[in-house]
Design a protein around this ligand. Structure first.
Ligand code: UD1
Length: 370
């Protein structure tokens, strides 16, 4: 069986790591195509190096652009690659512009598409990711769902027959790296200047267009972080840095200490060193949950409802509308005591994915790549 993984943005590289490792121990051929959506070393190269992912077999180098330009450029660049490779499965990840472009290119060539992290919904149609994931789910042939909740969403949309509960591959990688960090196998993370990891601090990230692109809103959110009574280590995504500069907003103010994005192991170590997380990232909400750190999410909703249901995550869409005391009390609240269970699976999701794809391939009678 020959499988092509199409990745391009940081969270996809994290998910690719356990998948690439699971394929490595098999007779199957796994081809990696990097679209180049993320091209900064901080958002791409360090993940390949740090997570032991083999170099991409194909690099499309599409770079930034408006949604239409970015999606369309990936789509056009993929056609000849898929035509040449003729894989048995095209595996697309998550909800980025690279995901929808990969799925569209493949489905139009009658190549079977598998969607990893299928069935997530925010029900917020302002998010580009929501369109990407809904459209990808509806055109893919097999929907690899991470959670029971995702399975329910797929059933609600009439996609039950194509859905399989595979578990969440981010658990596989997060727990592995957590154990490595605890065993001292990684260097201490490069935290922003002024953050003492031996003292309480909050770890923060912010990159959603809804939070970064309106200058008034961004100013208010940064002011809320700046007013907190605990140091805040803000790992600044290029989008945040670019928008802040464009609008003349100083990120490093009050309690906020600004640093660069961290490689994956550095991020895991930073979460473990922190007393809590403030974010709008989907992945980080779940990593904090798995690493048992309370999270405050600056969004009106989340796809990862299990983190909220168990009390580990609290949604605060507009921190600046809370009183300073309430906001501070929320982000520094104590951890819940009840057992959160394992809503994201047992850390074997990548192996499940390989098995599911191989079984389905066999049922179809295999092919020249069998
Ligand atoms: C993308 C994904 C989002 C994911 C996020 C993780 C879409 C629609 N969004 O958002 O789901 O959570 O990645 O990081 O696909 N830029 C750089 N260097 C880079 C990459 C981007 O400077 O390596 C700049 C671009 O110039 C642009 C901005 O960052 O201004 C946004 O990049 P883009 O890939 O469009 O979306 P993200 O916000 O990163």
């Amino acid at each position: 069986m020959k499988v092509i993984s199409i990745v391009g943005a940081r969270p996809q590289l994290v998910k690719l790591a356990p998948i690439a490792a699971a394929f490595a121990g098999t007779e199957h051929e796994h081809v990696i195509v990097h679209t180049g959506q993320h091209y900064d070393a901080d958002l791409s190269d360090v993940f390949f190096d740090g997570l032991g992912i083999p170099d991409p077999d194909v690099h499309l180098g599409v770079g930034s652009g408006s949604h239409g330009v970015q999606t369309g450029t990936v789509l056009a660049a993929l056609d000849p690659v898929l035509e040449r490779e003729r894989p048995d499965w095209v595996l697309v990840y998550g909800d980025t512009n690279s995901t929808i472009a990969g799925a569209l290119s493949a489905v139009k060539m009658h190549l079977p598409v598998a969607h990893l992290e299928a069935g997530l919904r925010s029900f917020n149609r302002r998010m580009p990711e929501e369109h990407n994931r809904v459209l990808t789910d509806h055109c893919a042939d097999v929907l690899l769902a991470p959670t029971e909740e995702a399975m329910r969403h797929l059933a609600d949309e009439g996609l039950k027959d194509r859905a399989v509960l595979a578990g969440d591959v981010m658990v596989d990688i997060c727990l592995r790296i957590r154990d490595d960090v605890r065993a001292g196998k990684h260097q201490a993370p490069a935290l922003p200047e002024g953050i003492d990891p031996a003292q309480p601090f909050l770890l923060a990230t912010l990159h959603r267009p809804d939070n970064t692109d309106d200058p008034e809103r961004l100013t208010a959110i940064v002011a809320s972080l700046a007013a907190l009574p605990v140091p805040v280590a803000l790992l600044a995504h290029p989008r945040l840095v670019a928008r802040a500069k464009e609008h003349g907003i100083e990120l490093a103010q009050g309690s906020v200490h600004v640093g660069r994005p961290l490689p994956y192991a550095g991020l895991i170590a930073a979460v473990l060193a922190s007393t809590g997380v403030v974010t709008d990232s989907g992945g980080l909400q779940k990593e904090a949950f798995l690493l048992e750190r309370v999270t405050t999410t600056i969004r009106p909703e989340t796809e990862w409802v299990e983190t909220v249901d168990t009390g580990w995550n609290v949604l605060v869409p507009d921190p600046h509308t809370l009183s300073a005391d309430d906001w501070a009390a929320t982000v520094t609240r104590p951890a819940p005591t009840a057992d959160p269970g394992t809503p994201y699976g047992d850390g074997q999701a990548a192996r499940n994915v390989v098995r599911i794809l191989a079984d389905l391939h066999q049922q179809k009678g295999g092919s020249r790549h069998a």
